[in-house]
Design a protein around this ligand. Structure first.
Ligand code: AHR
Length: 494
């Protein structure tokens, strides 16, 4: 008989809050992410709310998107915010040099972004341009958004239709300064960060958390230099993308892969834990008072471009494998919730590991969308320590990963939640669950799985993979959950 995994949750030792911003999203001016995916304009035949796709807005509201990062990414370091304000028909056209060399007509700008977050009930993370913009430009953008004086800049906002200041929760000072943001050394960026941040001003009590753009993957040098040298930041950001092969020249396919690419993708994504750990160690040394948070403001899968599509648009299918990638990352972020308080999956619609794919007036929800939906109970929950007493593993070829990933928390509503991911694509796992000092009689929630590793939704079959109800009852005092092969399970324990 298969071995049973045994998990004990300690609800007597509450850990840190799982900040809802861990469930943040990223929407860049890239491919069909903003244009078509979110913004179709008021005159579109696609049903819209003042230019925003109704179907996409409604779907995103369902998963309670807490935070949206905009306008990039690499795009941010070439973005001139003044292009995107004022009457739309008078806005200049530029070329999106990073992403496909296509025209950018600036129809979606600052006012549209804030309308989007208001429609979603989300908070705003605006990423400033340090790569090609001046400190004055950056400072005036923040003043335009948050100012309440009668300065010329604020009056301009009023003239453009917005009287009240907006709330900017996070403000990014550049992006990927080690690469598309200017190919800098961390020491040079640290100086520039302090230089630009000096002039970022907003009325008392409205200062956003400033995001210093940090390193990537296994690197800790950016965290090391920034945490020792920058002043006045809310946190340091980090980027890590999951490539099935780990090779940027041939990343692996989004669909039609075998078990070798299944396990290597999961193995790759689990490295997030190591990267966060190593960077936290640096922060614990340089910032023992925990003034700086660690943000992962770009993460998710990145596959070879889909054949027949513009490669610079980064459009890719999204399968059950992506749903597991999202769940594994959430479980890791929960484990590090003491420092990791904000992350953004890349990206929201039609780009990389998207929640939603659109084609004309059609829309599909991806398996990743469903993971976000199932995990929303963890937003602002209190993390609880959990021990897998007999960690089992799953291997294929020479790659080995844990068979089960788990996370537990006390939800804002007081209920106890448990997430379980079964990484094994062939075997169900039995998981015996105990809660220290409490008797649990029942588990009730949602399960996401499918027959194929690359199960996905298409415009022809939009409901091929979606969550199903799940319930299990304790038997003679003990609760054992059957977690199907290749699945994500989120349950409330009663
Ligand atoms: O998300 C796509 C791109 O990936 C972002 O623009 C950039 O920051 C990263 O390299």
């Amino acid at each position: 008989a298969a071995e049973i995994s045994r998990i004990e949750i300690d609800s007597t030792q509450p850990g840190p809050r799982i900040h809802r911003d861990i469930y943040g999203q990223f929407a860049e001016h890239l491919g069909r992410g903003i244009y078509e995916g979110i913004w179709v304009g008021e005159d579109s035949e696609i049903e819209n709310i003042r230019g925003f796709r109704t179907d996409v807005i409604e779907a995103l509201r369902e998963i309670k998107v807490p935070l949206v990062r905009w306008p990039g990414g690499c795009f941010a370091d070439e973005y001139r915010w003044r292009d995107g304000i004022g009457p739309r028909d008078q806005r200049p056209v530029r070329v999106n040099t990073h992403w496909g060399g296509v025209p950018e007509d600036n129809a979606f700008g600052t006012h549209e972004f804030f309308e989007l977050v208001e429609l979603l009930g989300a908070e705003a993370y605006v990423n400033g341009n340090l790569g090609t913009g001046t400190p004055r430009e950056m400072a005036e953008w923040l003043e335009y958004m948050t100012g309440d004086s009668n300065s010329a800049v604020v009056e301009e906002r009023r003239k453009n239709g917005r009287d009240k200041p907006w709330k900017v929760t996070y403000f990014g000072v550049g992006n990927e300064a080690w690469g598309c943001g200017g190919n800098m050394r961390p020491e040079y960026y640290a100086d520039l960060y302090n230089h630009y941040a000096t002039f970022l001003k907003s009325p008392h009590g409205t200062r956003p958390k400033l995001v210093a753009s940090g390193g990537t993957d296994v690197r800790t040098d950016w965290t090391e230099v920034l945490s020792a040298n920058i002043r006045d930041a809310g946190g340091i950001s980090h980027h890590f993308y999951t490539l099935p092969t780990g090779n940027w020249n041939d990343k692996g396919e989004a669909t039609g892969f075998g078990e070798d690419m299944w396990i290597s993708t999961l193995w790759q994504t689990l490295r997030m834990d190591e990267f966060i750990r190593k960077n936290k160690k640096v922060l614990d040394k340089n910032d023992p008072e925990k003034k700086l948070d660690f943000y992962v403001d770009e993460w998710g899968t990145w596959y070879n471009p889909e054949k027949g599509r513009e490669p610079g648009f980064l459009y890719q299918q999204n399968t059950l494998r992506d749903a597991l990638v999202a769940a594994l990352n959430f479980n890791i972020f929960h484990d590090h919730a003491d420092r990791v308080t904000m992350t953004n999956i890349a990206q929201m619609v039609n780009v990389l590991q998207a929640m939603i794919l659109t084609e004309g007036e059609q829309m599909v929800l991806t398996p990743t969308y469903h993971t976000f939906g199932m995990y929303k109970v963890f937003q602002d929950a209190t993390a609880l320590p959990l021990e897998i007493e007999n960690p089992l593993s799953y291997s294929h070829g020479d790659v080995i990963v844990p068979a089960i990933s788990a996370s537990a928390a006390r939800g804002k509503n007081g209920r106890l939640y448990l997430s379980l991911v079964n990484l094994n694509p062939d075997s169900a796992q039995q998981v015996a669950v105990r809660v220290k000092g409490e008797e649990v009689k029942e588990a009730e929630g949602q399960l996401l799985t499918a027959n194929q590793m690359d199960a996905h939704n298409t415009f022809a079959k939009p409901q091929a993979i979606k969550p199903a109800g799940y319930r299990a009852k304790a038997n003679t005092g003990s609760l054992t959950l059957e977690v199907p092969a290749k699945s994500v399970l989120v349950v409330a324990l009663n």
